[in-house]
Design a protein around this ligand. Structure first.
Ligand code: SER
Length: 615
């Protein structure tokens, strides 16, 4: 079965069960939701839906809907060093059906089973090769006997051996109890969470269908004789700062099935790179490579596919945050592309591989078709920049610079430095490199955590709220002074300052900065009201209010506008708030503060950053 058919069968199956089908949200999480989105990218299908899983109504065509189904683009880079094996990928698609306070364990489990096994409507997998895990319970939450009993009933009703054991024990033979490390789902420190039940398929058909011991099941998992194909999460609790703060008012269901894994099972191949999702790239490389290295080819295939989707969703290579992840992916792809020796002149032929990705996905995601020329150009530009850096780095290397500096300042992977050193007969102290590398990782991790706590996390703080409104004023003032090309690229607010990143090709002149400041100060002095209105997405789009990040909005949109009416507003943006009631509040308690730009600098090619204060 082709992957396109898996997608369409999945959506149709849940449409038949009264689910509303929604489009994938962007890969990029919204900065303004710093509180609930703990990561730079959507790493699971549930992430763009967190507010709705926590109870916010999802409005579609004027009605609240409580059942959704989608195929969500996801990106995970935690396992980047594992790419090259059979199953890891950075980009992947996740099929998901969602109950927003609607159905719970009974239906979720039943439908997962039906979709996996039904020949007519689903995937037609052999139920005798299906094994499941459920949560064994801990100090935080009880053992999920209910899910186990539901499974037992389903297996019995379908005359599948239920393992023969007692579900109150873990040695059931088909239903296995597992600890929180495997059967509890949460995305970060805040948000909805709960126990899950996972479904595994005996891809090698070696387990025999009954009497399996817990140990043998774990062994089969580690040997990848079984592959996890589906996960139903029962969202029952809410976490804040890593602690459970209570039960959700309405329990919800978050299900997820990785498309790559399902394609692997359905296409009867033992690795995701042989599925139709990645094979076109692998085939192209195979015909071109003079030096076939399967791991390198897989890294190129994976990283280029991720780069295509990241650029399509608005990321450009840079040295920070999302742009840095993209840069790293492209540079690793260039490096591994070179190892494959796909051309006489040393060029990596990335454009041909990028084209293979685009051809494979442009009919599935229209944004890929629309942006394809831009995507190819960006990837090739980054390749050129990397090669320039490599040349500079080579000169430094000849002068005897250490491996870590080559890595951190010139982007030289250690393996490259080691190769060069070998050619020159120099020895490199790998231990020294590893020590510095570890320190570097800890530092960047600490930095990342800091960032996720930032944003608008402290939305009760008066100063943060003032800076948030000031950000809207600044945004419009930049449009007034620099023109319509200004596009918001990021925003970060603390009690001390605002920070705003935007697309603009040149350094701002002093004159331009002064004009922007003057406009913002004029709007503060004018004491304009800030008003929130809510309306349907269609109406909201017609207002011309600014919106970004291809965020997944429900059908009800909140717009904040500054001015007397929405029509004549000075600024209007899609935004969840919170904001001040009147711009006068930005002048502080005594009405004496002014808006000042402290710094205007480049953060990436074509992206400027302003730091500004009220004081
Ligand atoms: N959130 C769960 C997962 O990612 C199920 O969708 O596995």
């Amino acid at each position: 079965m082709k992957s396109s058919e898996i997608r369409s069968r999945f959506l149709q199956f849940f449409k038949n069960r009264k689910h509303t089908i929604i489009d994938s949200a962007s890969l990029i999480t919204s900065d303004e939701k710093g509180v609930t989105n703990p990561t730079l990218f959507n790493t699971a299908g549930m992430q763009p839906l967190i507010p709705y899983l926590l109870g916010k109504p999802f409005i579609k065509d004027g009605h609240e809907v409580t059942r959704l189904a989608d195929v969500q683009k996801c990106l995970r880079t935690v396992d980047i060093d594992e790419i090259g094996d059979r199953t890891h990928a950075t980009f992947f698609e996740m099929l998901g059906n969602w109950s927003l306070g609607d159905y719970f364990k009974e239906e979720a489990i039943k439908w997962s089973y039906e979709f996996l096994t039904s020949k007519e409507e689903g995937l037609g997998l052999d139920p005798n090769r299906l094994y499941v895990t459920v949560f064994e319970g801990d100090a935080v939450a009880a053992k999920d006997v209910e899910a186990a009993e539901i499974w037992k009933g389903i297996f019995k009703a379908n005359t599948v051996s239920d393992g023969g054991g007692d579900t109150s024990k873990s040695e059931n033979g088909r239903i296995f109890f597992m600890p929180a490390s495997s059967n509890w789902w949460e995305a970060g420190e805040n948000g909805p969470c709960g126990p899950d039940t996972e479904m595994y398929y005996d891809v090698k058909n070696v387990l025999g269908g009954k009497g399996l011991t817990h140990e043998r099941f774990l062994e089969a998992d580690s040997k990848r004789e079984v592959v996890e194909v589906w996960n139903d999460v029962f969202m029952q609790y809410e976490k804040k700062d890593g602690k459970i703060v209570g039960k959700l008012p309405k329990p919800s269901v978050d299900t997820g099935a990785g498309l790559e894994r399902l394609a692997m099972v359905m296409q009867n191949v033992d690795n995701i790179f042989d599925t139709d999702l990645l094979k076109p790239e692998m085939d192209v490389m195979k015909t071109m490579a003079k030096n076939w290295k399967i791991e390198s080819a897989r890294i190129v295939a994976d990283h280029i596919r991720s780069a295509v989707f990241l650029i399509t969703d608005g990321v450009i290579p840079s040295n920070t945050d999302r742009g840095y992840v993209l840069r790293k992916l492209i540079r690793r792809a260039v490096r591994h592309g070179q190892l494959l020796k796909m051309s006489e002149d040393g060029s990596s032929k990335l454009d041909i591989i990028v084209n293979a990705v685009i051809l494979n996905y442009e009919n599935v995601y229209k944004e890929v078709a629309i942006k394809k020329d831009f995507v190819i150009a960006e990837i090739l530009k980054e390749e050129t920049r990397f090669k320039e850096t490599l040349n500079q780095g080579l000169k430094e290397f000849e002068k005897g610079v250490d491996a870590f500096t080559l890595f951190s300042s010139y982007g030289f992977p250690l393996e490259l430095t080691l190769e060069l050193a070998k050619e020159k007969g120099i020895t490199i102290d790998v231990n020294d490199f590893n020590e510095k590398f570890k320190k570097h990782q800890e530092l960047s991790r600490a930095g990342a955590e800091q960032k996720f706590k930032g944003g608008l996390a402290d939305s009760n703080n008066e100063m943060v709220v003032r800076y948030h409104t000031a950000t809207h004023l600044l945004h419009q003032a930049l449009f007034d002074v620099l023109g319509n090309g200004v596009m918001q690229k990021g925003s970060n607010i603390t009690t001390e300052r605002l920070r705003f990143d935007f697309a603009h090709g040149a350094k701002m002149t002093d004159e331009e900065k002064k004009r922007v400041e003057a406009i913002v100060n004029e709007k503060i002095a004018a004491g304009l009201p800030m008003t929130q209105v809510k309306m349907s997405k269609e109406e909201a789009e017609k207002t011309g209010a600014k919106h970004f990040f291809g965020e997944k909005y429900g059908d009800e949109i909140s717009i904040y506008y500054i001015g007397d009416s929405l029509e004549r507003a000075y600024s209007k943006e899609f935004c969840g708030g919170p904001h001040v009631k009147n711009t006068r509040e930005l002048a502080g308690p005594e009405g004496k503060w002014h808006f000042k730009i402290l710094k205007e600098e480049a953060v990436a090619q074509g992206v400027r950053r302003i730091k500004a204060v009220l004081g």
